[in-house]
Design a protein around this ligand. Structure first.
Ligand SMILES: [Zn+2]
Length: 89
Protein backbone atom coordinates (compact mmCIF):
# COMPACT_ATOMS: atom_id res chain seq x y z
CA UNK A 1 0.00 0.00 0.00
CA UNK A 2 1.22 3.47 -0.87
CA UNK A 3 -0.01 6.99 -0.28
CA UNK A 4 -0.52 9.33 -3.21
CA UNK A 5 -2.13 12.69 -3.72
CA UNK A 6 -4.99 12.64 -6.20
CA UNK A 7 -6.58 15.63 -7.82
CA UNK A 8 -9.99 15.98 -9.39
CA UNK A 9 -9.79 18.74 -11.97
CA UNK A 10 -13.59 19.05 -12.10
CA UNK A 11 -14.09 19.60 -8.37
CA UNK A 12 -10.67 21.17 -7.89
CA UNK A 13 -9.93 19.04 -4.86
CA UNK A 14 -6.88 17.08 -3.82
CA UNK A 15 -7.12 13.99 -1.68
CA UNK A 16 -4.47 11.88 -0.04
CA UNK A 17 -5.30 8.22 -0.56
CA UNK A 18 -3.84 4.96 0.58
CA UNK A 19 -4.01 2.66 -2.42
CA UNK A 20 -2.85 -0.70 -3.75
CA UNK A 21 -0.20 -0.64 -6.41
CA UNK A 22 -2.64 -2.13 -8.92
CA UNK A 23 -5.18 0.59 -8.24
CA UNK A 24 -2.88 3.55 -8.10
CA UNK A 25 -3.81 4.80 -11.56
CA UNK A 26 -7.50 4.04 -11.18
CA UNK A 27 -8.80 6.40 -8.56
CA UNK A 28 -12.13 8.10 -8.93
CA UNK A 29 -13.49 11.24 -7.32
CA UNK A 30 -15.88 10.53 -4.46
CA UNK A 31 -17.93 13.62 -5.37
CA UNK A 32 -18.33 13.56 -9.16
CA UNK A 33 -16.92 10.15 -10.10
CA UNK A 34 -14.34 11.47 -12.54
CA UNK A 35 -11.00 9.76 -12.83
CA UNK A 36 -8.50 11.49 -10.61
CA UNK A 37 -5.01 12.53 -11.58
CA UNK A 38 -2.14 11.21 -9.52
CA UNK A 39 0.18 13.97 -8.35
CA UNK A 40 3.92 13.73 -8.35
CA UNK A 41 4.57 16.93 -6.49
CA UNK A 42 5.36 15.35 -3.16
CA UNK A 43 7.36 12.13 -3.60
CA UNK A 44 7.88 12.02 0.16
CA UNK A 45 4.34 10.72 0.44
CA UNK A 46 4.92 7.80 -1.89
CA UNK A 47 7.13 5.80 0.39
CA UNK A 48 7.63 6.54 4.02
CA UNK A 49 11.14 5.87 5.14
CA UNK A 50 11.77 5.10 8.76
CA UNK A 51 14.18 7.50 10.31
CA UNK A 52 15.40 9.04 13.54
CA UNK A 53 13.92 12.41 14.23
CA UNK A 54 16.17 14.77 16.15
CA UNK A 55 13.90 17.79 16.15
CA UNK A 56 10.58 16.56 17.42
CA UNK A 57 11.59 16.16 21.04
CA UNK A 58 14.44 16.71 23.47
CA UNK A 59 15.75 13.27 22.64
CA UNK A 60 15.80 11.54 19.23
CA UNK A 61 12.67 9.62 18.34
CA UNK A 62 12.56 6.70 15.96
CA UNK A 63 9.77 7.43 13.50
CA UNK A 64 8.20 4.34 12.00
CA UNK A 65 5.28 5.77 10.09
CA UNK A 66 3.82 8.96 8.76
CA UNK A 67 0.80 8.51 11.02
CA UNK A 68 3.01 8.19 14.08
CA UNK A 69 4.90 11.31 13.10
CA UNK A 70 1.71 13.28 12.56
CA UNK A 71 0.40 12.13 15.92
CA UNK A 72 3.62 13.15 17.65
CA UNK A 73 3.67 16.51 15.91
CA UNK A 74 0.11 17.11 16.96
CA UNK A 75 0.88 16.17 20.55
CA UNK A 76 3.92 18.42 20.67
CA UNK A 77 2.34 21.17 18.61
CA UNK A 78 5.31 21.08 16.27
CA UNK A 79 5.26 21.83 12.60
CA UNK A 80 8.70 22.37 11.33
CA UNK A 81 10.38 23.64 8.21
CA UNK A 82 11.37 20.26 6.78
CA UNK A 83 7.79 19.25 6.27
CA UNK A 84 7.35 21.71 3.49
CA UNK A 85 10.20 20.09 1.62
CA UNK A 86 11.11 16.60 0.65
CA UNK A 87 14.36 16.20 2.48
CA UNK A 88 13.60 13.52 5.00
CA UNK A 89 16.68 12.70 6.99
ZN1 LIG B 1 -14.75 15.41 -8.77
Amino acid sequence: MVVFDYTCSKCNITEERLVNHEEKDNQYCSICGSKMKREFTNPKLDIFQEYIDYYLDDHPIYIKSKKQKEKLMLEKGVWYYNDFHNDIK
